[in-house]
Each structure stands twice: as structure tokens, then as C-alpha cells.
Design a protein around this ligand. Structure first.
Ligand SMILES: [Ca+2]
Ligand SMILES: [Ca+2]
Length: 466
């Protein structure tokens, strides 16, 4: 515990008159200088079909720019950026850092699964690691643990039932990749096709399994993985089948599977597309299929009990049949339709943004308290007719490059100062009390100290963040 020198009562920093004004991130200056670059808090949405990453202004719903890949607004589809075209993936997901870095892990048609870094300034696509080897198989979500570390899911889409999934750890900028949890690393329940990740507030990363149709291991679940130990515990069974998984203790896996269960409520017989964390609860974008008709829902899980409920959409009753539909409608009558909710992203106001994977070209916003569902953007009218309904928006993330805006509400103000002081008192990004991605570590040295405070004050006192 140290004291923040010079902060006084928290309102008078270095004679700059702390609290005197707000810094708007991405203002007029930014738009004049970099008309084609994404701005702080733009929504990045990824088309797996074409390998295009759009930046969308959440206030207007308009495409701000093509970050990388073919420009689907133009019939000639000119490609922005160099490197492997990131199209054809079974599924892709995005990670963004607080300083404007973008990471995309997927399996492009021309190659095997790999993780790429996208340079926002140029659109260039650079492979970081991945050759389709066992440690990196299939797709998964990259997530910033801190400024220097990526955690990644690896769902093992084609793995056999005897293989385990894993969560990978990649030190930036150059690795090497290693297994953080899974296989025989870390005690606890086996992961099978654990694709998407979300940080909680309890020094844990939560992983959602895509799900499986049956075999030696069955069903799907959501697990807590402790960031200190890599140990895995079941939070909630999300699949309609009984959950069977191996258990690992001290690097030894049980010879046969065990039955696991936790939580009551709706389930799914299809894929889980995305997971998000908000206030002690997890939110899942899920798909189910009955009589060849696909249904989508956003399911909420109370971490304390594992109990599940539908916020909006259609999922299945946990009655053993895998065929009894349960539907919860949005509270507003004019709610937009959605399918296979993907890329769930919690915004500063507590609403959850998400994309639709298949027929819709939309980004929607859900208020999980009121069940109000509204439209943020419809990209359909903004692209050429031939790609509409085919883009497959697998993932969504916020582009963030305003380092002083710690709560991601678009301004650097006293609320951010409160967040900064809390992080400063903790100091070490690896401390259990520090929340990922340790955003107050502005200079990326994995500590929050006076060096970061200098940068924070500069942001607070008037520099436009682009
Ligand atoms: Ca802020
Ligand atoms: Ca630092």
C-alpha cells in the first residue's frame, strides 16, 4: 500500500486543477487527421466470410472505416492491409488492448489456425503464432490479461473425445505460447472445446465450452479458471445432455469420465458463441436446434449458484428431451431480430452489445435488467448487395486507444481517477486485487506507479486521445 503523492484530496494534481474539465476522446482533431482510422470505443465487427474487420461508430451506426480486409462497400472489394486474408474461418474472435492493438485468432481458408495482430494504422495482418499444431488447434477468443499478455481459448473443433482443450498464454510481442490451463496443466475438470473467455472480478477467467453432441465426453459447461493456479471448477452445465468429463489431479487424469452438474435452468443443444461477465453474472450467446430449425438466446448464469435463465430469445427446457422450447421476448415491442448472438461485449452503461452470426447484418444492444433490445447498427444497407446476409459476424469488440479512459465511457474524468487510485494502491498487475486488463498500467510495464500517473495526468488535462 502506498500513497499517491501529489494527489492531495484527489482533485488538485500538479497544479493542473484536477477535476476542472473533461477530455473528449476522439474529437474533431482526430477526425481531421485520421478520417479512416477507428476511434476510441468504435465497435469492431468481424466478417469471417470475407475476412473484413469493420469499425462502426456506435453513436450513428455508420461504418467509420474498413480496418483490414476487403472493402465490402465497394463492388471491386479493394483489400486494405497486407498479409494473409483472414477469411474462411470456422469461427473467429477478437481481442483489443487499451492502446489500440487488435488480435484475431482464426483459421483462414488458405492456412491453418493462427493468431494474428492487426495494425489499425495500416490494416496489415501479421501472424503471431500458430501452425495448426496441437497446442493451437481450432479457434478461440484472445483476451488481454494485461498489456503484455494474451490469454486465448482453443476450442479444438476437430479434436477427439480423448483430447483436452486448453487456455493458452502468449507473452507479447513474441511469445512463446504455452498452456495456461487444460490438458494436464492445472487441477480440475477437463475442458472440451473451450472457445470463449471473459474475466470476472475474482481473479478468474471464465471459459465457455462450445458444446458437443455426444461421445465419451458430453454436453457443455462454463468453468471458472483461477488466474493464480489455473485450476478449473464447473460453474454451470449449459448443455442439454448430462455432463461427463475427466478430472485432473496433480497432472494425472482419471481413467474414465465422471458425472458433473451445477445449476438449474434453460440449456442448449447447440453451440455457445460468446461469453461476457457483468456484476457477478455470466452472459452467453447460445444456439439450439429443434427439427432443423435454429434458435438463439442470451442466457444468464448466476456465478454464485450456477442457475441459468434466458434474458432474451429461445433456448431449451432442461427436461431431458432436448426439444422443449422456452422463449423470453424483449420488453420493447419493436425489438430487432437477431440470430446466434456472437461477440458479447459489456459497454460502460451496463448494456451488452452483440452481433448476429448468420442472416442479419446487425449489431444490437441488450439491457439485461429491463430486457430492452435495440439496434446499434445495420451494416446491410451500407455494403454491396451481394454480401448482405452472408458476412457472418462472428465477433465484436470495442476498439480502445484512450489510455486515461479507464472505465471506457469516452471521457477522462474523476471517475477514471477513482479507478486509477485503486489500481495505484494495488501496484502489481499480477496481484489478485487488480482487475484485468490492468488498464491503469499506461506504460505497459505491469505495475501501476508514478510513471503511469504522469501519463494519466497528461490525458486528463487536455490531450485529445488520438
Ligand atoms: Ca472515463
Ligand atoms: Ca506501469
Amino acid at each position: 500500500m502506498k500513497q499517491l503523492t501529489g494527489a492531495g484530496a484527489g482533485r488538485n494534481v500538479g497544479g493542473f486543477g484536477f477535476g476542472a474539465g473533461l477530455v473528449l476522446c476522439g474529437g474533431l482533431l482526430g477526425s481531421m487527421a485520421h478520417a479512416e482510422l477507428p476511434r476510441h470505443l468504435d465497435l469492431l465487427v468481424a466478417s469471417r466470410t470475407y475476412g473484413t474487420l469493420f469499425a462502426v461508430d456506435p453513436a450513428t451506426g455508420q461504418i467509420r472505416s474498413i480496418v483490414t480486409g476487403p472493402d465490402l462497400r465497394n463492388a471491386a472489394k479493394p483489400v486494405r492491409g497486407t498479409g494473409t486474408l483472414l477469411a474462411g474461418a470456422l469461427s473467429g474472435d477478437l481481442g483489443t488492448s487499451r492502446d489500440g492493438r487488435i488480435f484475431w485468432k482464426l483459421a483462414p481458408a488458405s492456412g491453418t489456425t493462427a493468431t494474428y495482430q492487426i495494425a489499425a494504422a495500416t490494416g496489415n495482418r501479421t501472424g503471431l503464432f500458430g501452425t495448426g499444431s496441437a497446442i493451437n488447434e481450432a479457434n478461440g477468443a484472445p483476451l488481454m490479461l494485461n498489456a503484455r499478455t494474451l490469454l486465448l481459448g482453443a476450442d479444438g473443433f476437430n479434436q477427439t473425445f480423448s483430447q483436452n482443450s486448453r487456455i493458452l498464454r502468449y507473452p507479447l510481442p513474441s511469445g512463446p505460447v504455452s498452456i495456461f490451463s487444460g490438458e494436464l496443466v492445472g487441477d480440475g475438470v477437463q475442458l472440451f472445446r473451450g472457445r470463449t473467455l471473459a474475466f470476472g472480478e475474482d481473479h478468474a477467467v471464465y471459459v465457455a465450452e462450445v458444446g458437443t453432441l455426444g461421445g465419451t465426453v458430453t454436453s457443455a459447461g462454463v468453468y471458472r479458471v483461477d488466474l493464480a493456479t489455473g485450476f478449473r471448477t464447473l460453474i454451470s452445465r449449459t448443455g442439454s445432455l448430462p455432463l461427463f468429463r475427466y478430472n485432473v489431479t496433480n497432472g494425472v487424469q482419471t481413467p474414465s469420465t465422471l458425472s458433473w452438474d451445477r445449476g438449474t435452468g434453460p440449456v442448449t443443444n447447440g453451440q455457445i458463441r460468446s461469453i461476457a461477465y457483468r456484476s457477478g453474472r455470466l452472459y452467453l450467446g447460445v444456439s439450439s436446434s429443434v427439427n432443423s430449425v435454429f434458435y438463439s438466446a442470451i442466457i444468464r448464469i448466476d456465478i454464485a449458484t450456477g442457475d441459468r435463465d434466458i434474458v432474451v430469445g429461445t433456448a431449451l427446457a432442461d427436461d431431458g428431451t432436448g426439444a422443449t422450447l422456452l422463449t423470453v421476448s424483449p420488453s420493447n415491442p419493436a425489438a430487432p431480430p437477431f440470430d446466434s448472438a456472437s461477440g458479447l461485449t459489456v459497454l460502460a452503461d451496463g448494456t451488452i452489445a452483440f452481433s448476429s452470426l448468420f442472416t442479419h447484418n446487425t449489431i444490437c444492444r441488450l439491457n439485461p435488467e429491463t430486457r430492452e433490445l435495440t439496434l446499434i447498427a445495420d451494416l446491410g444497407p451500407q455494403v454491396t448487395a451481394d454480401v448482405r446476409g452472408k458476412m457472418n459476424f462472428t465477433s465484436l469488440a470495442q476498439f480502445t486507444n484512450c489510455p486515461g479512459d479507464l472505465n471506457l465511457d469516452g471521457v477522462v474524468d474523476d471517475a477514471d481517477f477513482v479507478v486509477f487510485v485503486q489500481a495505484y494502491d494495488v501496484l502489481d498487475c499480477a496481484d489478485e486485487a487488480m482487475l484485468p486488463p490492468c488498464g491503469a498500467d499506461l506504460n505497459g510495464d505491469l505495475f501501476v506507479d508514478d510513471g503511469d500517473f504522469v501519463g494519466f495526468v497528461v490525458g486528463y488535462n487536455g490531450l485529445v486521445c488520438e
